[in-house]
Design a protein around this ligand. Structure first.
Ligand SMILES: C[S@@+](CC[C@H](N)C(=O)[O-])C[C@H]1O[C@@H](n2cnc3c(N)ncnc32)[C@H](O)[C@@H]1O
Length: 259
């Protein structure tokens, strides 16, 4: 798993479900019980959806946003929340004595969590917290069927190893619980997606995130073929209500580590 540095994120497409995506981030922030005496880092800050909330909650700390995507950082810069915005790959990013490393829906895009998570923990000041939320949805139809259909139609075109993913929750426990006070939990959000005129709502939700690397590996005609097949199965997996809305359960894993 690694971020594809050749392709950029699309803040407009990602922001389409802003409120639904914000709620787990606010839940993660609400679980932070301790901050050390250093900067608050919004790691993988994206378009800065959490900037204002982090600034208001952790008054007196510098707020630094870190992200690899120029387009997302440009959007994050439109708010005054951040004291600094750093364009960096999290895999190479280094800091020290951080008060809080807050990472919402970003670290599943990086590989080798066995090395990454302890490395991030090592950047915390005493009393500092690493707070992480990552989707754990890869085996649900919404995500599994993008992979399954793409591998049936275009077996040699997509690098499925490069997609986002997480380890089993117990592995984070064994990896991190010896380093400080560790909490781990999972929530399934029953999201109601609004009706869409020209797409199944679950396709709209996943195409700018999970399915982005898969679709980017294909040409326009191939994308159309894959999308048509995906939409057909989504109609059964997540049926639309009479008003066109869809109930879309989405599982997310959270942990905090305070050193
Ligand atoms: C789903 S968005 C989440 C953004 C933000 N945390 C939020 O909650 O709205 C994931 C972000 O992670 C960033 N990202 C993914 N892999 C990265 C990497 N290796 N280094 C830095 N940023 C990365 C992407 O550029 C994107 O902005």
């Amino acid at each position: 798993m690694s971020a594809d540095k050749t392709k950029d994120w699309n803040p407009g497409a990602y922001g389409r479900f802003r409120d639904l995506r914000l709620r787990p981030a606010l839940d993660l922030m609400g679980a932070v019980r301790s901050v050390g005496g250093g900067d608050v880092i919004d790691l993988g800050c994206g378009s800065g959806a959490m900037g204002e909330s982090l600034k208001a909650r952790f008054v007196g700390h510098r707020l630094v946003g870190v992200d690899a995507s120029p387009a997302m950082l440009e959007k994050a810069g439109e708010s005054d929340a951040y004291d600094a915005l750093d364009q960096a790959d999290i895999g190479d990013w280094q800091s020290e004595r951080c008060g809080l490393i807050f990472s919402n829906a970003a670290l599943h895009w990086l590989g080798d969590h066995e090395a990454l998570m302890p490395r991030l923990a090592g950047m915390l000041a005493p009393g500092g917290t690493l707070a992480v939320q990552m989707p754990r949805q890869n085996n649900a139809p919404s995500h599994r069927l993008w992979r399954q259909l793409a591998s049936e139609y275009f077996p040699d075109r997509v690098d499925f190893e490069a997609g986002p993913g997480v380890m089993e929750p117990a592995r984070y426990f064994h990896l991190l619980s010896g380093l400080g006070t560790f909490t781990l939990w999972e929530s399934e959000y029953y999201q109601v997606l609004p009706a869409e005129e020209d797409a199944h709502p679950v396709r709209r939700f996943t195409e700018s995130t999970y399915a982005r690397p898969i679709l980017e590996a294909l040409d326009e005609g191939e994308q159309e073929k894959l999308i048509a097949a995906y939409e057909a199965v989504m109609e059964k997996a997540y049926p639309r209500g009479e008003d066109g809305t869809v109930l879309f359960p989405f599982r997310r894993m959270f942990f905090t580590l305070t050193v």
